[in-house]
Design a protein around this ligand. Sequence first.
Ligand code: IMP
Ligand code: MG
Length: 175
Amino acid sequence: MSECIKVLLSEKDVDARISELGRQISEDYAGRQVHLICVLKGGSFFMCELAKRITVPVSLDFMSVSSYGGNTESSGEILIKKDLDESIAGKDVLVVEDIVDSGRTLSCLLKLLLERKPSSLHLCTLLDKPERRVTDVNVDYTGFRIPDTFVVGYGLDYDQKYRNLPYIGVVEFND
Ligand code: IMP
Ligand code: MG
């Protein structure tokens, strides 16, 4: 079976939307420092582009989590593979994710981060698939709402491939 990638959101579309999000976040956090937490690996491309467009002071940290259990469906319990380097107590934290799908990983992660007493905790995702939601997650900033389809690029992978595509594409399989 071979696969090909069909462009869903061009590099230009993604770029323009990230600039808008950067402007919005800069306005909302005016007079404060925003502490971005990147959820590895998928969120990394988006976070770098977003951070460059935020005009208030920015600090960064990284976290890597995986869900327990099955590999296609997330289970709702997460395993911390790499924890944050710094405490988030008293900080204005903005979690930066590639995509919210079922919402299980994020709802679990946000609960865990909240216990660490940040001054505020918000969520920014490049993509959202609302039709797939199983667990409620409050998404504060969304790049694009997309239909229930498997996408790659801009940090998102299929079998660890395609993260480096500068656009968002849909994987199509041919046999
Ligand atoms: P959730 O717990 O189901 O919301 O899982 C979200 C995670 O699943 C994301 O952070 C991605 O790593 C992965 N994921 C969900 N949908 C896609 C997709 O369309 N392409 C690539 N990865 C995806
Ligand atoms: Mg992710």
